[in-house]
Design a protein around this ligand. Structure first.
Ligand SMILES: NC(=O)c1ccc[n+]([C@@H]2O[C@H](COP(=O)([O-])OP(=O)(O)OC[C@H]3O[C@@H](n4cnc5c(N)ncnc54)[C@H](O)[C@@H]3O)[C@@H](O)[C@H]2O)c1
Length: 282
């Protein structure tokens, strides 16, 4: 099966980006939000991004109109009754995601593939909430979606080979690079990245080096584009702690446990760039 029509649920940070890249690749895309105000905010953000690209000469006006012409917004999940693939990008909450997948299963055509962009929820539980578990998988995009090339294609023990193949081809059609992984909490990238970030906090907490020197060391010593504290501030300390807690809950390994300093910074409201202060001040 080839994907022709796409649905995206949630038009926040990730959903708007996924809708944008799907529309840019020529797929008629329906975006579902929780209410009209949130839909307008999400689509407004998408329009502003395209306007910005056009203003900088990176997108022709005609191409911009064509992309916007491929996107339709709705607040009714029922409008996904004729799509071939849905990418769910709603709030990171397992029961809400499970319930959404159960509803999608009743609404979408029998052949449709249901994918989740979750970072840490259990895709197998979402699959089990449907009567088509072999057509459910994770498609994990990275932020900012239009710029980041990688998509982790995460199969559960129930996903069929045909579903993986079709979804992987669709990821390539978006101009992205797929990597294959299993539905295991945090997949590949966060499984490696999160303990690294937590260890950086532990080194700092232990008084071994300054924030600036740890960042500098990882940039110049490993060729990373930014150090761990700059990255933590960008990701959001609350988001990093949330993912760490889910990983700790799953694997029960100390290296995934959020260090005391990280917890206290979140309690203090020092969440990173978004709150104006994290490990650095903005
Ligand atoms: N932010 C990241 O860097 C990142 C990266 C990869 C994956 N993810 C995952 O993507 C998903 C979305 O994250 P985000 O950062 O875009 O969050 P976000 O809060 O920016 O967006 C979520 C959107 O979903 C909407 N929503 C919630 N419930 C809904 C429902 N029932 N129906 C329709 N819309 C609904 C919300 O109104 C909101 O606009 C999460 O599962 C997250 O783990 C996030």
């Amino acid at each position: 099966m080839a994907i022709k029509r796409v649905g995206v649920i949630g038009c926040g940070l990730m959903g708007s980006g996924i809708a944008q890249v799907a529309a840019q690749a020529g797929f008629p895309t329906i975006v579902v939000e929780a209410n009209e105000a949130l839909l307008e905010r999400g689509l407004g953000g998408l329009r502003a991004t395209l306007d910005g690209l056009a203003a900088r000469g990176k997108l022709e006006a005609r191409a911009k109109d064509e992309i916007l012409g491929h996107v339709r917004g709705t607040v009714h999940l029922e409008d996904l009754s004729d799509v071939d693939l849905v990418v769910e990008a709603i709030t990171e909450n397992q029961p809400v995601k499970n319930e959404t997948f159960a509803r999608l299963d009743r609404i979408c055509p029998p052949h449709a593939i249901l994918a989740s962009n979750t970072s840490s929820c259990n895709v197998t539980a979402m699959a089990a909430a449907t009567k088509r578990p072999e057509q459910v998988l994770g498609l994990h995009f990275f932020n900012p979606v239009p710029l980041m090339k990688l998509v982790e294609v995460a199969r559960t023990i129930l996903t069929s080979e045909a579903t993986v193949t079709t979804a992987t081809e669709w990821v390539r059609a978006l101009g992205k690079v797929p990597v294959q992984t299993k539905d295991s909490t945090a997949f590949i990238v966060n499984r490696l990245l999160v303990p690294y970030l937590l260890d950086a906090v532990r080194i700092y907490e232990g008084g071994i080096a300054s924030l600036e020197d740890i960042d500098q060391a990882m940039k110049l010593g490993c060729g990373y584009p930014m150090g761990p504290f700059t990255l933590l501030d960008l990701v959001g300390l609350d988001t990093a702690m949330f993912v760490a807690e889910v990983m700790f809950e799953e694997f029960r390994e100390p290296r995934y446990a959020p260090p005391p300093l990280l917890k206290r910074m979140v309690m203090a409201g020092h969440l990173g760039r978004k709150s104006g202060r994290g490990f650095y001040s903005y």
